[in-house]
Ligand binder design. Structure first.
Ligand code: ARG
Length: 459
């Protein structure tokens, strides 16, 4: 009836669209943990016997080792990880397997498993972000006084240090960690026992299962417990922001490693060659980090759009939440590892950075500030005088420090030779001592503070 794509009948199509086992098999550990907690609670409340729970436990242990060793055979006909495990449990222990699903539904089961998975993802991402921060803070300590151009509009603006630039990302990634930690706090509540949507008539103990699974508390509304996916949206929201930060750093690496900039050289480990152009060394890992940010943002979008029209409680649409979440978290974990590797192994080309910092009249602001400080000019007038000096240097084809005192005095007669002390890029960065500024002393202190804070974090 459906034409050429399928050789088998509609039931095969139904099976294909319905099955999620290829995606949700990753939840097997969480599913087994959830079943153990549930069975134990059922026995403690006298809903099933101790003999049943012992059998269930034995069967789940065997399933665990079968999945771990790769001998477990997953079946699409059994739809998802929950039914695959339950069916196998029945094969192993027989009748008691049927009692496990008392006072439980796949709706609260999948919500429980998925929350547990997302909680672990928050912890793993936190660790990976810690490692990236450490790599950046280490580079910052090594390059506290390595001068590079600071840009606005990608035009040379004022000199900064490479260490300062690295620490900017350390700060961003600290906020990303905060977002994952925050998401973790909110997601750590237990849906288990909400059953299909309305709760159950069995005398279950939801506090006990919540505690056994490390949740802070059971969720207070059964409809919310099975319907909520904002925990995944929040995780992906944090992931999308973090990926955006990685993408910006990746973009900078692409620019810095170009022959025109030559600020950094990527290690061979984190670059590729061209099959036709022998001179090329391409920043593929950085480019892919940049691209994967788009994909992660897309996953967040897909999840929100899937959710936005769903009435309470469970709808099958929600089965599609996992593929997007796994995709986003896998991509982000890979980007974090690749970025950490790139940062740790890249070589910094100090002379190229310094030369670029000294070109483009990067100390013009320092010159204007000197006119304000030494001659008492209003800043607007100092700005004007400096503009004229920049125009003069441009016309002469030289830089600001290359102008003679006579030339400078032709624009403003009161200028003294002292002005040359502020025109070097070294003096410029050294003078930026305000809190959060780029002065090497500041950068050294901040790098040390971060390295101390990050001790013992990361992998
Ligand atoms: N595989 C399903 C999912 O991931 C499990 C829940 C199925 N519930 C149901 N009522 N059909 O969403």
């Amino acid at each position: 009836m459906w034409g050429g794509r399928f050789s088998a009948g509609p039931s095969a199509i139904m099976e294909e669209i319905n099955a999620s086992i290829d995606i949700d098999r990753r939840l097997w550990r969480e599913d087994i943990a959830g079943s153990r907690a549930h069975a134990q609670m059922l026995a403690a409340k006298g809903i099933i016997s101790d003999a049943d729970v012992a059998e269930i436990d034995r069967g789940l242990t065997q399933i665990e080792s079968e999945i771990e060793s790769g001998s477990f055979s997953f079946s699409a006909a059994l739809e998802d990880i929950h039914m695959n495990i339950e069916a196998r449990l029945k094969e192993i222990i027989g009748a008691p397997a049927g009692r496990l699903h008392t006072a439980r539904s796949r709706n609260d089961q999948v919500a429980t498993d998925f929350r547990l998975w997302c909680r672990q993802a928050c912890d793993d991402l936190d660790t990976a972000l810690g490692a990236l921060q450490r790599a950046l803070a280490t580079r910052a300590g090594q390059h506290a006084d390595t001068i590079m151009p600071g840009f606005t509009h990608l035009q040379s603006a004022q000199p900064v240090t490479f260490g300062h630039h690295c620490l900017a990302y350390v700060e961003m990634f600290a906020r990303d960690r905060g977002r994952f930690q925050d998401a973790r706090k909110r997601l750590n509540a237990s849906p288990l026992g909400a059953a299909a949507l309305a709760g159950t008539s069995f005398p279950i103990d939801r506090d006990a299962t919540a505690r056994a699974l490390g949740f802070d508390a059971p969720m207070a509304n059964s409809l919310d417990a099975v319907s909520a996916r904002d925990f995944a949206a929040e995780l992906l929201g944090a992931a999308a922001i973090c990926a955006t930060h990685i993408s910006r750093l990746a973009e900078e690496i692409v620019i810095w490693s170009s022959a025109q900039f030559s600020f950094v050289t990527l290690s061979d480990d984190f670059s590729t060659g061209s099959s036709i152009m022998p001179q090329k060394k391409n920043p593929d890992a950085a480019e892919l980090c940049r691209a994967k940010a788009g994909r992660i943002i897309g996953d967040l979008n897909g999840l929100l759009i899937m959710l936005k029209g769903l009435p309470l409680a469970y709808s099958k649409d929600m089965q599609e939440d996992k593929e997007q979440t796994f995709d986003a978290i896998d991509a982000l974990a890979l980007c974090l590892a690749a970025m950490t590797g790139m940062i740790e192994s890249l070589t910094v080309n100090k002379p190229a950075m310094r030369d670029a910092a000294a070109s483009g009249f990067a100390t013009a602001t320092d010159l204007a500030d000197w006119l304000v400080r030494a001659l008492g000019l209003p800043f607007r007038e100092a700005h004007h005088v400096t503009g004229a000096l920049v125009a003069m240097a441009e016309k002469k084809g030289c830089d600001l420090p290359d102008l003679t005192l006579e030339e400078i005095q032709s624009v403003h007669a009161d200028v003294s030779g002292d002005i040359f002390s502020v025109l070097s890029v070294e003096n410029s960065v050294a003078s930026r001592i305000s809190f959060g500024g780029t002065a090497p002393e500041n950068v050294r202190q901040q790098a040390e503070r971060w390295l101390k804070e990050l001790e013992g974090t990361g992998s």
